[in-house]
Design a protein around this ligand. Structure first.
Ligand code: PBG
Length: 308
């Protein structure tokens, strides 16, 4: 059998597979290629194998990308599909993250059998989430709740809700939609009071720098507005030295040639926060992101995240 035209690397989680299939189907449709000429290569990463400890403790973002990036660099795959939210701001040399599908909904959802919204939970209720941003945002809005670290796939989280292990949990609406499970959401957070993580809802495609064959194929499914927003958000995160181990929210919106970037940093107790917004030209996305990151870094002080 002839080897496939294109190999897509992905993690094996249900969400990662759904995203890889979406990219495959879109490339095939855009170029009139048979989808089965594009191979999906499932790659197990260190992050997938370490399930018993909070990610922040194990070492953060690069854990879910290392083995996939190695495959990209050695030619085992031609592109890697990621949740942009999980991507480190620094990539191995020779790789770029510069193609994005049009962004899905950026909002987080609230899931509970005990209340309709976070505000309606009784005092002392237990909220489980592994995200330090969500933990700090919950403590900011409801300092009277008990926030616990809580990992696992969507199914196991829902089971723990049914078993009463936690009273509520939070997830990204984008991921639920891609899994066809948006109906498990009890309510959707307002992104102003509960802002998303940098990159949330955006599928990013990592490739070898200068690989014009793959770059040309991806042009047809690339969304330039999402890319501009992601450049601003990722520059913001990089200026803060941030990762998924830091309680940081950032969200850029594009309108015409304009870009508006909101950023928020929180102490883990949610009580000390700094936020700001910069508006400017979308062409200046990187500079706007860097400026907002440096601004909040200065306001927060050198040891803002020292308690993590
Ligand atoms: N860290 C896990 C992760 N990475 C991306 C998503 C959701 C999809 C997205 O934001 O694009 C999720 C799950 C979640 O936060 O609920």
């Amino acid at each position: 059998m002839q080897s496939s035209l294109l190999k897509i690397g992905t993690r094996g989680s249900p969400l990662a597979l759904a995203q890889a299939h979406e990219v495959r189907d879109r490339i095939a449709a855009a170029h009139g290629m048979p989808a089965d000429g594009i191979e999906i290569v499932v790659i197990s990463t260190s992050g997938d194998r370490i399930l018993d400890r909070p990610l922040a403790e194990v070492g953060g973002k690069g854990l879910f990308t290392k083995e996939i990036e190695e495959a990209l660099l050695d030619g085992g795959i031609d592109l890697a599909v990621h949740s942009s939210k999980d991507m480190p701001t620094e990539l191995p040399s020779g790789l770029v993250l510069d193609h994005f599908l049009e962004r899905e909904d950026v909002r987080d959802v609230f899931i509970s059998r005990k209340a309709t919204t976070l505000q309606d939970l009784p005092a002392g209720a237990v909220v489980g989430t592994a995200s330090l941003r969500r933990q700090a945002l919950v403590r900011r809005l409801r300092p009277d709740l008990d926030v616990v670290t809580y990992r696992g796939n969507v199914q196991s989280r829902l089971r723990k809700l049914d078993e009463g292990v936690v009273d509520a949990t939070l997830l990204a609406l984008a991921g639920l939609k891609r899994l066809g499970m948006a109906d498990v959401a009890t309510s959707i957070f307002d992104p102003v009071s509960f802002p998303p993580a940098v990159g949330q809802g955006a599928i990013g495609i990592e490739t070898r720098a200068g690989d014009s064959r793959v770059g040309d194929l991806l042009q047809a499914i690339h969304d330039p507005a999402t890319a501009k927003a992601l450049v601003a958000e990722r520059a913001f995160l990089a200026a803060l030295d941030g990762s998924c181990r830091t309680p940081i929210a950032g969200h850029a919106t594009i309108s015409g040639d304009g870009l508006s970037l909101y950023g928020l940093i929180l102490k883990s107790d949610g009580q000390t926060v700094h936020e700001d917004r910069i508006e400017g030209a979308a062409a200046d996305a990187a500079a706007i992101g860097t400026e907002l990151g440096l601004r909040l870094k200065e306001r927060g002080g050198a040891d803002f995240f020292a308690d993590l």
